[in-house]
Ligand binder design. Structure first.
Ligand code: EPU
Length: 350
């Protein structure tokens, strides 16, 4: 296990931001985790000899670095997917945190297993998936998650979190809140179904399947459809650096919706768990940097709002994290001014 100093992170974040980590290490197996923990300095005060701060990176697809990282960056490279057990109806899979999420989707749909096909092509690693309870096209990780295995960085002990203990919510979990930076997620355990269990009510997915006359014979038909929709709508970070949705959608009460509808009768909304979800993409599209314009497709210097999905901010090349963050602030204040709603970034600003 090698500790690097002043390590450039530009290839390790999908926004392509060039910042340095004071210290950097790759974790390839559980012994590395223990070794790292044991380093006397590392465990001192639960902090680190490499600076007070630690940051765990997976695919780097949900972070925006606004400055150099004055601490230790730990890259999760733990690999392996194994079937733990199976019965007539389901299969339980243990997947190591450093696996690419989409590879796990491919592994599952190839075996005809249902449960994560709607989550095809979500960028990032398996270890990062529970952090924000990844979700797309009507499915969420919490529908299939059983346990999360993690190392407690203050005691060095391994802990298994049951799904309920992870406090999963909309793009949220205990690992983003109370336990932020306290655990290193090493593996995720999922239970997938052998029995057909298709989930195709998400409007955009339903329309795509209908339009292309796709008959669902197995989970792969759904993951292929989702992949096609995503490829058409979301920019490929390898070509235009970005971190997917920059903001979260906004949840409001029914009363607040009624008030908004008076001024904006066309506002789209979706009722979920007794709340109303207003798509942030629509809000961003329907206000703009100048009167009568839209943020969608707008570019300022090296930063812009993607033309096909207003939730996504893109780096046209050479943008700094600070530039992107200031650009995002402008959008937040515009949306606040026009709709009175507060956008919250989904991306972690570091
Ligand atoms: N919309 C617009 N303009 C836009 C974008 C969206 O008006 O530019 C409105 C439309 O009304 C559309 C609705 O928003 O019907 C929903 O759009 P979409 O299906 O694209 O989903 P989203 O709510 O904008 C969320 C996730 C995405 C995920 C999609 C598909 C969040 C923050 N984002 O976006 O996740 O792929 O649903 O399920 O919840 C990500 O997290 O990085 C991500 C891409």
């Amino acid at each position: 296990m090698q500790i690097h100093k002043n390590y450039n992170l530009s290839k390790l974040n999908t926004f392509g931001i060039s910042v340095n980590a004071k210290f950097f290490v790759e974790i390839h197996n559980e012994t590395d985790v223990k070794e790292l923990f044991k380093m006397e300095e590392f465990s001192a005060r639960g902090g680190s000899a490499f600076g007070e701060k630690k940051l765990f990176l997976g695919g780097g697809s949900n972070v925006l670095f606004t400055k150099d990282f004055d601490g230790l960056v730990i890259l999760n490279k733990l690999k392996g997917i194994e079937i733990l057990n199976e019965d007539l109806e389901s299969v339980t899979i243990r997947c190591m945190g450093g696996e690419i999420w989409h590879d796990l989707v491919t592994f599952s749909v190839k075996r005809g297993l249902w449960g994560i096909e709607n989550l095809a092509l979500i960028p990032g690693t398996v270890g990062a998936a529970p952090m924000q309870n990844i979700g797309a096209y009507g499915a969420e990780l919490q529908n299939v998650l059983q346990n999360v295995e993690a190392f407690d960085l203050t005691t060095g002990e391994k802990r298994i979190f049951k799904r309920e203990e992870c406090k999963l919510g909309y793009r949220d979990s205990i690992f983003k809140n109370e336990l932020k930076d306290k655990y290193f997620i090493t593996a995720v355990i999922l239970t997938l179904s052998k029995l057909e269990n298709k989930n195709i009510t998400y409007k955009i997915l339903e329309e795509y399947l209908k339009k292309n006359e796709i008959e669902i014979k197995g989970p792969k038909d759904i993951s292929d459809a989702v992949a096609a929709i995503r490829k058409n709508k979301l920019p490929d970070p390898a070509i235009i650096p970005n971190a997917g949705s920059f903001f979260k959608n906004v949840f409001i009460g029914k009363e607040e919706l009624r008030k908004l509808q008076k001024n904006f009768p066309q506002i789209p909304y979706f009722e979920e768990d007794g709340m109303v979800k207003v798509p942030a993409g629509w809000l961003i599209e329907h206000c703009g940097p100048r009167d009568g314009t839209s943020w969608r497709g707008y570019r300022l210097g090296n930063v812009g709002v993607h033309e096909k999905q207003a939730l996504v901010l893109v780096n046209y090349g050479g943008a700094t994290g600070e530039e992107i963050s200031l650009f995002a602030d402008k959008i937040i204040s515009d949306v606040k001014e026009k709709f009175g709603l507060k956008l919250v970034p989904e991306v972690n600003l570091i």
